[in-house]
Structures are given as C-alpha cells and as structure tokens.
Write a protein that binds this ligand. Structure first.
Ligand SMILES: Cc1cc2nc3c(=O)[nH]c(=O)nc-3n(C[C@H](O)[C@H](O)[C@H](O)COP(=O)(O)OP(=O)(O)OC[C@H]3O[C@@H](n4cnc5c(N)ncnc54)[C@H](O)[C@@H]3O)c2cc1C
Length: 432
C-alpha cells in the first residue's frame, strides 16, 4: 500500500519549519518536512560537549533559555507538548562593560539607578514612559527608545543591550527586529504593557533547548533529515515540484522555512522578483566561543556581561551557565562568548588567545580555560533594518500562489516572535 501524498512540503527543519508543520498537521494537512542537515532544529540544538575527562556535558548552538510568559503561542506550544521545563533563572550577576569598567546591567532597576552616566533628569524622564503615545510606523530602535525612555537611556544603555541580543547597532534595526515592542506600546507602553502581560520567565526544557526541536520532530513523524532542496519548479497545473537530494516531490503548497539567502537561491528560477528581494535581506555572522574554567566564587548562579560597543572591539558579551545547570560539567564554569555580528572584529579577536585576553579585561577573575571550542554561526542573525515590513509586503506581492516563506527574518529572531507569527500564519492558511 502506498502512503498518501503530502499536500504541503516544508523545506527546512529548523524551528520555523517544525512549527509550521506542527500547526498545519494539527489542522488536518498532510505535511512533509525536508531538512538539509543530518539533525533537525537549525540553531535550536543542544550538542554534546563532554568534559575534560569525558564527563557528560552539553552546549547550546542557539538559545540557552526561552523567555516564556503565561500566555502566547510559545507558552501554548510548551503546554501542548507537555515538555518538562527547568528555570534558567535565578541568575547570577548581570553586568554591562562601559567606560573600561564592569557595572550592574541597566536592564535591572538597581543597575539603572546606579548608572553614573544617567543624570537625575534622565532618570526622571524614564518615569514619563507610561505617558508617551505611539510613534510613527517606521522607526529605528534608537529612535523608539529615545522617544519612550529618553535620549539618556538610548545613548548610555541601549547600545550594549541591543548588541547583546541582536548583534547590531539600534540605529540599523527597525521595530521588526523586536516585534514585542509594538505589542507593548499598544498595551500602554513598555512598563504598563509588561505589567499587563504578566511576568515572563526564562526556562529551558530538560535536556536543553534542543529538546524542544527534538520533541516537535518526534511528534510530527514527517521530518526527513539529510534532504536538501536544490531546485523549485512550477508545474502547468499550478502545483510545485521540489528537486532535492532525495529525488523529486510535488505538492500544491511549498513552504520555504529557510534563511533569506537559501530561499532566494530556490526562487531564482520560478520567482526571480521574490528571489531578488530575499537576496537583498542582510544576515549577520556571529562568532561564538564556548569555554570551561575553574569556578569563581560569587558566580555560582552564572553571570551575564554585555559590552557597550565599540569598547569590546567586536566582543559583544559573554554568559555563563549556573554551576548546577545539568548542561555543564560539575565543578567547571561554562562560558559562552559572542563576537562580531554587525561590529567589525579587531584583528587580534579572530582566535581564542586574543579573545580570552579581551574577556579578561572585563572579567579579570576568569581563570585559564580547561576547554575551548568555537561554534561559528554564519548568517545566524537577520539584520531587520527600518523598512523591513515594506519589503515583506513587496515580497508577498510577488510570491507566486502556493509558495510561502517563513523564518526568523520574517518574524524577528526571538523564538516567542517566531512562534507567534507562525501560529497566526497557519491559522490564515488553513482558513482558506
Ligand atoms: C548563538 C545564537 C543565540 C540565540 N539566542 C536566542 C535566544 O536567547 N532567544 C531566542 O529567542 N532566540 C535566540 N536565537 C535565535 C533563534 O535560535 C533563531 O531565530 C531560530 O532558531 C531560527 O529558526 P529558523 O527555523 O527560522 O532558522 P534556522 O534555525 O536557520 O533553520 C533553517 C533550517 O533550514 C535548513 N536548510 C537550509 N537550506 C536548506 C535547503 N536548501 N533544503 C532544506 N533545508 C535547508 C538548515 O539546515 C536549517 O536547519 C539565537 C540564535 C543563535 C545563533
């Protein structure tokens, strides 16, 4: 007996492809996911990294934790999957490196109040935030925060916070890079909106964030690994043919859950205008180093450090797992260091010795590493510049019927944004 033909082919088995398949399958569609690599999940993978004596240990390729609220598509998904979660909080100290020194992060109230670069006027201006109305449609992140929280905050605090999350300067990013900002503004502002939404906590599935992708793939039972899509062909009857490393597949609907450059390559033949728009969407390369060190007193719950650009000369920040995090190796401090993105790297920061020296400038307590490993992240972060939404609307106008494009460059790189956008997209698709 032959198995029924899928009506939807999803290209790419990262979290976007898996989420698309999850929603479509639950709406009764017959779905097939083809993933080029030998492992699903894309950036959301927890990789084995044994300790120096072969002890079990892991590192995260992408997110170390998921910010989840009580409501929202990601919270709902985690409930549906019944995935056991562990708190990634409470955390140890959070710092920002600025003026050559380390001080408390302005992302905390204590850090804000003790920031020597913020005047009384700047602090009073922060309190006015709930009274600020909505801004223009197109605004860069610097302009948004200057308008809502004042120019002092935007100048002194914002660059490090944005570089640490999005690896680019706030002036180069539009609101599409942090879609939650618009949502909060519509709910009365950053402060009132967050209060109205309720608390968010950072958690990770037992076994690491990769367990989310693995569980989704297991439940879907339609993910084929090692299957790269090579070419896309429009058929005379309006259906689509995908030429891949596993042969030919056909369906009425094809979803490209791929980074813009990969999607552009496939669309060159059948949809050159769409390919051109996708090819013009920039993506940032991140350099990520993982290291293990002797524990440092006071850092038992881990730490977070963001460096105010350009002071790190391309070093954006570092984060350490809590000592009892099961992904780490007992008795060692596990650190992840980020570099690059939109920021030029100083020549001595392309190899570990120089990176470690720069890191020690901010974290002098850190001992020599006992283990080091680089996990490069080429094209990992989309640079969603102001005007991105206009480009998305243009893209939707030229994508032929039956073709869809999803991914972090469509919805913003945060997994909560991705989950929200893909749930809404699937609802629209299955309603037609
Ligand atoms: C270091 C790092 C830290 C991060 N930290 C956070 C965080 O703290 N919080 C957060 O919310 N987000 C974080 N992110 C972002 C988040 O991980 C990504 O936005 C998200 O995983 C993107 O998923 P995706 O499916 O859209 O893309 P991807 O993960 O890139 O998946 C695309 C998939 O398509 C496959 N593919 C490519 N070409 C083809 C082809 N021709 N045929 C078939 N398959 C193909 C690829 O192999 C890949 O598996 C982080 C990312 C990185 C890299």
């Amino acid at each position: 007996m032959t198995s029924p033909q899928p009506d939807t082919l999803i290209l790419g088995g990262g979290l976007s492809g898996l989420l698309a398949a999850w929603h479509l399958q639950r709406a009764g569609r017959l779905v097939d996911v083809g993933e080029a690599s030998e492992a699903g999940g894309g950036w959301v993978q927890t990789l084995p990294w044994p300790g120096p004596n072969g002890e079990p240990g892991h590192l995260e390729r992408g997110p170390q934790g998921l910010r989840v609220g009580r409501t929202g598509a990601l919270a709902e998904l985690l409930r549906d999957l019944d995935l056991p979660l562990e708190p990634t909080t409470p955390k140890g100290p959070r710092w920002v490196g600025k003026g050559g020194q380390r001080r408390l992060s302005p992302a905390s109230l204590k850090g804000l109040l003790s920031d020597p670069n913020l005047s009384i006027g700047d602090l009073l201006r922060l309190l006015a935030e709930p009274f600020i109305g909505p801004g223009p449609e197109e605004e860069n992140l610097h302009a948004f925060f200057a308008r809502r929280l004042g120019p002092g905050f935007a100048r002194e605090c914002l660059p490090a916070l944005v570089a640490g999350v999005l690896a680019a300067p706030p002036e180069c990013l539009g609101l599409a890079a942090l879609p939650r900002l618009r949502h909060l503004e519509a709910k009365g502002g950053l402060l009132l909106g967050s209060l109205r939404d309720g608390p968010e906590r950072t958690r990770h599935p037992v076994g690491g964030t990769g367990a989310l992708a693995r569980t989704l793939a297991d439940r879907l039972a339609c993910v084929r690994l090692g299957q790269r899509a090579l070419r896309l062909e429009a058929l005379p009857d309006g259906r689509w043919r995908v030429h891949g490393t596993d042969g030919i597949r056909e369906a009425a609907t094809v979803v490209l859950a791929l980074p813009p450059a990969a999607a552009a390559t496939l669309l060159e033949g059948p949809a050159p205008a769409a390919a051109q728009l996708l090819a013009a969407m920039p993506a940032l390369d991140l350099r990520v180093w993982h290291s293990r060190h002797a524990p440092v007193p006071g850092w038992e719950r881990g730490f977070g450090l963001l460096i105010h650009p350009p002071e790190g000369r391309g070093l954006l920040g570092a984060v350490a797992l809590a000592g009892d995090d099961p992904r780490g190796v007992p008795g060692l401090l596990q650190v992840r260091t980020y570099l690059g993105g939109a920021y030029p790297l100083a020549a001595d920061l392309t190899a570990w010795p120089g990176i470690f020296q720069e890191l020690r400038r901010w974290l002098p307590e850190l001992g020599e590493p006992v283990q080091v490993r680089e996990e490069p992240c080429p094209g990992a972060f989309p640079l969603l510049a102001p005007g991105h939404e206009t480009r998305l609307a243009q893209l939707d106008g030229v994508l032929p019927q039956g073709l869809h494009w999803l991914g972090a460059a469509r919805s913003g790189p945060g997994l909560p944004d991705l989950a929200e956008a893909i749930a809404a997209w699937a609802k629209t698709l299955t309603a037609t």
